[in-house]
Design a protein around this ligand. Sequence first.
Ligand code: NAD
Length: 352
Amino acid sequence: KSSNSNILITGGAGFIGSNFIPYFLEKYPNYKLINLDLLTYAGNLENLKEVEEHPRYKFIKGNICNRELVEYIFKEYDIRGVIHFAAESHVDNSIKNPGVFVETNVNGTYTLIDVAKNYWMEKPFTYKKEYENCRFHHISTDEVYGTLGETGLFTEETPYAPNSPYSASKASSDMIVRSYHHTYGLNTIITNCSNNYGPKQHDEKLIPTIIRNALQGNPIPIYGDGKNIRDWLYILDHCKGIDLAYHKGKAGETYNIGGRNERTNIYIAEKICEILDELLPIEKNKKFNSSSIIHHPSSYKSLITFVPDRPGHDRRYAIDATKIEKELGWKADENFESGIVKTVKWYLEKYL
Ligand code: NAD
């Protein structure tokens, strides 16, 4: 890999990208990162304030579906690697409005990888190796594998069986990336990760929703019976996994990244309430002293309210991360109980 690389990061103003960019800039002093982000409702430049003025960071507002713009960026910055986060990412939104998921996740990924392939293939590289070193890393989800019963884990060999328009669009984009490796010899990597949590996540997602509603004394909505299981991955553990896969992963391979932290949604809600009970007991929370709340419950747990289930709600996801652990030496540093305390502390600052 060229030691002075310009790398295109897409969707860097979103949750994962905005955690990844500062981490990556600091770790690799030879990289310049160009962040292409449309700033949809999910993108927030506030999350990148710490790197705004960084000499090796450049932000470009734009759409990954805009071929002319993407071509311009490749030429202007002589891009030698791509780490592709940009996507529509919220399952509930994909149920209401699937079209934009197909547009961004499928067409956007196609546009990006096609421009990358053309640019790198047409470049008058002196050595074939230079083409082979230009990596296209696609960030995907374990939701492409569908749902699990009580037992079993998703491996890289699990057949794709997406159930929501979101996961179907991600599955389609994975297939496009796969085909560019097999057809054009492009140096691709796909990582499929489980549910991330940590600082900077959009308010709409489960954990910020639980924390925000609890702090404001509002009902904490939990879908169905709360027994759906997700495998939780602390954001910085994910960033380290991406870093390893980008640098050491074998071209054309897929790596699953999961924290081996299966928890039910109701456990998560109760755990967060317990942490809040310690960090900010209800009697010290000013929101509970407003006239609209007459009875003070003793724990935030009393705010938990079950709401009708999401259509097509997958019951259980869980990842077998053996491949990335064994082949690349990755391992999660946080378990859910340690990572969630850090997360709640961050949101306490944000919401109060
Ligand atoms: P996010 O929704 O927080 O951020 C997505 C970013 O992409 C936003 O900044 C948005 O403005 C940008 N974007 C959207 N459409 C765009 C377009 N057409 N052109 C350019 N930019 C556009 O998402 P996230 O949680 O950071 O997820 C990043 C990636 O990781 C996604 O591909 C997602 O599918 C995948 N993923 C996320 C999780 C998770 O738990 N968050 C789990 C598995 C996989």
